[in-house]
Design a protein around this ligand. Structure first.
Ligand code: APR
Length: 228
């Protein structure tokens, strides 16, 4: 069975009502990530950081997968599909995809500030100061903040190198190391980039650019790949 590796970014969830970061009304066009999504921000004003992620988590809690997420599940009829997402929402999971690797964490989880191995599923959108882990330390969002290591990048690179087909959906390709994953894909395999602002990525061959929203472009691409 051929393997399709899919790298997704905020754009795949945009039509589910979840804001992107660098698009028109993207989060980082309105707020400074240094104030909300960094260890320094957490040290300076943890309540503000909790509030930011509670606001985002509530939106995720109320969002639904869109046609882009759902089409990727259909691919599993014919391919071994491995999803590597930069997104912290659980819309790929809720659409029914089986193999999902979160590079930047998961907003519906919290983790101990004393032991990063202690990770907890949240059963409510609100995480508060005073919510503690089993060791009595404050819980923080289970998110990779700017300046923090990306622990899943090695397995993600390994998976990317095994792709027979590589898809990129809804990402500006400006945040590393995630953006480098396409380089780990073999040069001679077919690659597709679905994004209204998709572009030819330098140093990458066999890349077909599909300048469409995920909700339209991904189902069309999936139909093509299932017909092959
Ligand atoms: N369908 C497909 N793509 C879309 C859609 C849509 N409906 N709407 C917007 N896009 C595209 C934009 O054209 C843009 O290329 O989604 C991309 C969003 O880019 P960013 O906002 O930079 O998001 P992303 O690439 O996922 O950011 C990477 O940066 O802030 C960090 O950790 C955060 O995971 C995030 C990382």
């Amino acid at each position: 069975m051929k393997r399709i590796v899919v790298l997704t970014g905020a754009g795949v969830s945009a039509e589910s009502g979840i804001q992107t970061f660098r698009d028109g009304d993207g989060l980082w066009n309105k707020y400074r990530f240094e104030d909300l999504a960094s260890p320094q921000a957490w040290a300076r004003d943890p309540e503000l950081v909790q509030e930011f992620y509670n606001w985002r988590r509530k939106i995720v809690w109320e969002a639904e997968p869109n046609e882009g997420h759902i089409a990727l599940v259909r691919l599993e009829q014919k391919y071994d599909v491995q999803i590597i997402t930069q997104n912290v929402d659980d819309l790929h999971e809720r659409a029914g995809s089986k193999n999902i690797l979160h590079l930047h964490g998961e907003i519906k989880k919290a983790r101990s500030t004393a032991d990063p191995n202690l990770v907890y599923e949240l059963d409510h959108w609100e995480l508060k100061m005073g919510d503690k882990c089993e060791k009595g330390s404050q819980l923080r969002p289970h998110i990779v903040w700017f300046g923090e290591a990306v622990p899943m990048i090695e397995p993600a690179a390994e998976i990317s190198s095994t792709a027979d087909i590589f898809l990129v959906i809804g990402t500006s390709m400006v945040v590393y190391p995630a953006a480098s994953l396409i380089i780990y894909a073999k040069q001679d395999i077919p690659k597709y980039y679905v994004d209204p602002k998709a572009f030819q990525v330098s140093g990458v061959s066999n890349l077909e650019v599909i300048k469409k929203a995920a909700g339209e472009g991904v189902p069309e691409l999936v139909d093509t790949l299932l017909d092959q």
